[in-house]
Structure formats: structure tokens, C-alpha cells
Design a protein around this ligand. Structure first.
Ligand code: SAM
Length: 283
């Protein structure tokens, strides 16, 4: 069945993801990318950048929680957290739920993403006034290059796909700078696309580059993300000094704030490696 103009469609070579829309709320070309906001019939507002779904009001909680809580419960004392990208502020909101975080700096290259999120996804921005939060609008690659060595506990790379301004965020040079910027036991987590569609093109090279540049371990966590291509998504945690492990498992059993997806059992399950993935990654 062909879809009519009432649908937004994101094709990914052999598969497409569609959302039924009622109207386009906003469109603009910034110096970095084209941002569109749609109203959908069942998924709330939808943000699209350069034709790729960034988030919907209905299912972004899975992605934002999985980009934040597994890595923060895998670090012993995550005090200084830097988010690269993440301009919609959903990851920042989750990070700031952790009382042990003393400072969370979000570095997105495009201020317009944040301003539009404030307007169309205000619920994601309700921690932006937290005194621990700092919002910078700059290139994340340069920010990490210039960071004081050993100064960051956790780097969260919540970026667009590896094209355009985000391409360098998937490079060996960037990982090398991250290793330098992280303190002892430092962790990096990066959104790492679909294991079904992007293992050969993105996940395998990402694991290889992380190991080549000084990370001693990397673990890919799996989770559903219904509005991203294939509906199956990942983030990859890389560790500077010790194998990636669920260090504060006991604390995660008693999460002192509300989550909608993440819990300790989800954390353990998300780190299990499917057979095809293990063979492709480590063969
Ligand atoms: N959840 C989303 C996904 O995986 O599709 C990512 C959302 S977030 C909106 C992605 C952000 O990465 C965008 O706001 C974009 O401006 C930012 N970005 C891309 N390249 C960047 C760079 N080099 N430095 C900082 N931010 C960057």
C-alpha cells in the first residue's frame, strides 16, 4: 500500500519508518542542518533533522534513559558529565536526576535545536535551569580536544548520525581526545545506531576505533526504539581503565527517581550480546 502525504517517512535503504502526521509545525535551515517539527496523530510532536527522525514525544524516553542511566550506574562516582550533542535536552534531564552529578555540560553545535525543543518539547527542558546544568553551543569535537586532561568522568555522545557535523564524532581522532579528557575509570557512551542495519558500517568500525585509541573495553547495550529505522537501537559504553561493568548495581535496584523504561533488570538484559552481533563484532 502506498502512503499518501499524511505520512512522514524516513527511508533507510531497504526499510522505511513512517509516522502519520497532521501538520508541519516548523521548518528551518540553520547553518548546520535542516530542522523540521511535525505534529503526529499518535506519537506527539516529531523532530526531524536532515530527514532523520530525532525524537517523538511518545517514545523518546527509552532512548534518553538508555543514554544516561546505564553509563551513570556503571561509573563509581560520576560527578562531572559532558553531553556532546543532545540539543533537545532529554539526555540532560535524565543525567540531572542523579544527585551525585555535580556538573552536567551539554555541548550542541546548533542552538536552534535547543530553542525549538523548549518550544515543542518543553517537558524535555524542565531541568535546564538546574544550577548544575551548563548549556554551550559549540562544536563538541573541539570542546573535547580542548578539555583539561583527566577532567571528565562521563562523556555522553548523543549526536545525529555520522554524516555532516556529527561525522567526526565517530572518528578515531575524537576517541583519542575523549580518552585524554576522561579521568581514571572514565566512561564514554555513544548512540550507536541499529545492530540489524548498521553493524558492518558503524558498530564494528566504532568498536575497532575505540580499542585502537586507548579504551580497554566496549559494551553495546540493546534497546527498542520504535521510531528509529528497524525499531532496534543501541548505545555503546567504552571504558578507559577497567572492563565495563554494572558497578553500582545495588544502587540501581533502588533508583531514587522516576524512570519509565530503565531499571536494574533492563540494564543487565540490555548488555547481553546477540549471537549474530557477537560473531560480526569479534570474528
Ligand atoms: N536522539 C537523536 C538520534 O540519535 O537521532 C540525537 C538527538 S540530538 C538532537 C543530536 C544533536 O547532535 C543535534 O542537535 C545536532 O546539532 C548535534 N550535533 C551534531 N554534530 C555535532 C557536533 N559536532 N558537536 C556538537 N553537537 C553536534
Amino acid at each position: 500500500m502506498a502512503l499518501d502525504d499524511n505520512w512522514f517517512t524516513e527511508p533507510d535503504r531497504d526499510i522505511a519508518m513512517s509516522l502519520r502526521i497532521t501538520k508541519k509545525l516548523h521548518e528551518e535551515q540553520t547553518p548546520y542542518q535542516k530542522i523540521e517539527i511535525f505534529e503526529t496523530t499518535g506519537f506527539g510532536n516529531l523532530m526531524v533533522i536532515d530527514g532523520f527522525v530525532m525524537l517523538t514525544g511518545r517514545d523518546n524516553f527509552i532512548y534518553h534513559e538508555m543514554m544516561s542511566h546505564p553509563v551513570l550506574y556503571s561509573h563509581n562516582a560520576p560527578k562531572n558529565v559532558v553531553i556532546i550533542g543532545g540539543g533537545d535536552c532529554g539526555t540532560l534531564r535524565e543525567v540531572l536526576k542523579h544527585d551525585e552529578v555535580e556538573k552536567a555540560t551539554q555541548v550542541d553545535i546548533d542552538e536552534r535545536v535547543t530553542r525549538l525543543s523548549e518550544q515543542y518539547f518543553p517537558e524535555l527542558c524542565d531541568a535546564n535551569d538546574d544550577p548544575r546544568a551548563e548549556l554551550l553551543f559549540d562544536d563538541g569535537i573541539q570542546y573535547i580536544k580542548d578539555a583539561e586532561p583527566g577532567s571528565i568522568d562521563v562523556i555522553i555522545v548523543d549526536s545525529t548520525d555520522p554524516v555532516g557535523p556529527a561525522e567526526g564524532l565517530f572518528s578515531a581522532d575524537f576517541y583519542r581526545d575523549c580518552v585524554k579528557a576522561l579521568g581514571s575509570d572514565g566512561l564514554l557512551v555513544q548512540q550507536s545506531e541499529s545492530p540489524l542495519l548498521h553493524t558492518d558500517s558503524i558498530l564494528r568500525p566504532m568498536h575497532d576505533s575505540m580499542r585502537m585509541t586507548g579504551f580497554i573495553d566496549a559494551l553495546t547495550m540493546h534497546f527498542p526504539q520504535p521510531t528509529y529505522p528497524s525499531g532496534w537501537w543501541t548505545c555503546t559504553i567504552a571504558s578507559r581503565d577497567a572492563p565495563v561493568s554494572f558497578l553500582r548495581e545495588e544502587a540501581a535496584e533502588e533508583i531514587p527517581f522516576v524512570t519509565h523504561y530503565y531499571n536494574a533488570a533492563i540494564h543487565r538484559a540490555a548488555g547481553a550480546t546477540p549471537e549474530f552481533f557477537r560473531r560480526k563484532l569479534f570474528a
